[in-house]
Unconditional design. Structure first.
Length: 169
C-alpha cells in the first residue's frame, strides 16, 4: 500500500487499457473500499454494479457523445448509483464512493476513469437498460477500470494552486 499523498499524486484519469482481465480479488478490494465510504447520516444510499462482461462494457462506450470512449478498452467497470429516495445528500455520498473506487483502483495498480452520467442526455437511459437498475436509483457515474495502456505523469506539486487556499488564523 502506498502512502496517501503518493496515492493522490498517482491517481490520474486513464482512458486506454490493455486486454488483461482485472482479477476478481482486485475488484473485491475496490468494492470493499467503496462500501466503507462515508455517507450522510450513514444512510449509505449508494449501489454499485460491477461489470466484467466485455460486450456490456463496449456498449457503455456509446453512452456519451464525448467522454465514454474509455469503455472501448476497459476490462471492468463499476456503475455508481444511489437510491435518491432515502437522503438528499445522495450525490455527495455517491461521489465520495466513486473517489474511493478511484483511489482503491490506483492502490491496486489499475487505471481508472470517471464517466459522468447524471443529467447527461441519454447516458443514464443506456446504463439503466444495461444494468436493470430499479427506478428509485439514479446513476451518478460509471468508473472504467483496467491495466493501463498509456503513460501519465504523476501530479506535479509545482502546479498545486495554493492561491485557492485561504487561511483564517
Amino acid at each position: 500500500m502506498q502512502d496517501f499523498q503518493s496515492l493522490c499524486q498517482f491517481r490520474r484519469s486513464y482512458r486506454k487499457y490493455t486486454n488483461e482481465p482485472v482479477e476478481q480479488e482486485k475488484l473485491d478490494y475496490i468494492i470493499r473500499c467503496a462500501l466503507m465510504s462515508p455517507a450522510g447520516k450513514r444512510m449509505n444510499p449508494w449501489h454499485f454494479v460491477v461489470i466484467k462482461n466485455e460486450a456490456v462494457l463496449r456498449q457503455l462506450a456509446g453512452c456519451r457523445t464525448y467522454g465514454s470512449g474509455m469503455f472501448d478498452t476497459a476490462m471492468a467497470g463499476i456503475v455508481v448509483a444511489a437510491d435518491i429516495s432515502i437522503i438528499d445528500t445522495w450525490q455527495c455520498d455517491a461521489a465520495i464512493a466513486a473517489q474511493n473506487i478511484w483511489l482503491a483502483a490506483t492502490d491496486q495498480g489499475l487505471g481508472a476513469c470517471w464517466c459522468h452520467v447524471y443529467q447527461r442526455d441519454g447516458a443514464e437511459d443506456l446504463v439503466r437498460k444495461l444494468t436493470n437498475l430499479p427506478e428509485n436509483f439514479t446513476v451518478l457515474c460509471v468508473m472504467s477500470l483496467g491495466y493501463k495502456n498509456e503513460e501519465r505523469k504523476p501530479f506535479d506539486f509545482e502546479k498545486l494552486q495554493y492561491e485557492k487556499v485561504s487561511l483564517i488564523d
